[in-house]
Design a protein around this ligand. Structure first.
Ligand SMILES: C[S@@+](CC[C@H](N)C(=O)[O-])C[C@H]1O[C@@H](n2cnc3c(N)ncnc32)[C@H](O)[C@@H]1O
Length: 202
């Protein structure tokens, strides 16, 4: 093969690789938000109990509140709030086996009369946040943002607390770097209130 042809083959190979890579990138972009139905957007990982207690304090929970946890895991926010403050709670959980753990924990905590676990996708149109006064979150930053339209349906004066993650574009009322004595590490806790205060764009 002549030198000229070798160059041509090399250039065409590089071009084909770039096109394939570009196509792969486009498909990743298109499909990144289309998880199979019933699959979680984020895995089950518990908020450390120290942070749960601190976040409920930040949200100024009282017995008159109705606490919602979207992606409730083992329902620790709801059982803690029900036991400590005597308030009602509703948890949504997409993974059936995790929802089962949550129901077991609710029963063990003796708060079955106060806390309800609903199996389902938090982004489903049937999930209505209007009865909630407090919302607890440990999801991901982009999921917090995706929840904004639902959060905006909550009444004025409701509190939203998030473990670690921000809600881009929305100004928090309070951000706390909290040292968890039992977990022995710092974490970031955020509080917002309704109506949400949007950061102005430059
Ligand atoms: C990081 S864990 C947090 C659990 C609990 N809220 C806590 O703070 O200890 C997130 C939970 O959300 C659930 N989840 C993820 N995507 C969901 C969705 N689209 N609808 C309902 N639950 C979801 C997961 O199964 C998991 O249990």
């Amino acid at each position: 093969m002549s030198r000229r042809w070798k160059w041509r083959v090399a250039v065409y190979t590089l071009l084909a690789a770039a096109l394939a890579g570009g196509w792969y990138g486009v498909m990743w972009w298109v499909e990144r938000d289309t998880r199979p139905p019933g699959e979680p957007d984020v895995v089950f990982k518990e908020t450390p109990q120290d942070a749960v207690e601190k976040m409920l304090e930040m949200a100024r929970v009282t017995k008159d509140d109705v606490v919602y946890d979207l992606g409730c895991g083992d329902a620790r926010f709801l059982t803690t709030a029900a036991k400590k403050y005597g308030c009602r709670g509703v948890g949504y959980e997409i993974q059936p086996h995790v929802a089962e753990i949550a129901r077991k924990k609710v029963a063990e905590a003796g708060v079955g009369d106060l806390v309800e676990i609903r199996e389902g996708d938090i982004f489903d149109s049937s999930v209505d946040l209007r009865p909630a006064t407090v919302l607890t979150l440990f999801l991901l930053p982009e999921l917090n943002v995706k929840l904004i339209p639902k959060i905006q349906t909550m009444r004025p004066g409701c509190r939203i607390v998030s473990f670690l993650f921000h809600m881009e574009g929305v100004r928090p009322k309070e951000t706390v770097i909290y040292y968890m004595p039992n977990a022995k590490r710092d974490c970031r806790l955020l509080l917002w209130e309704t109506p949400l205060e949007f950061e102005s764009r430059p």
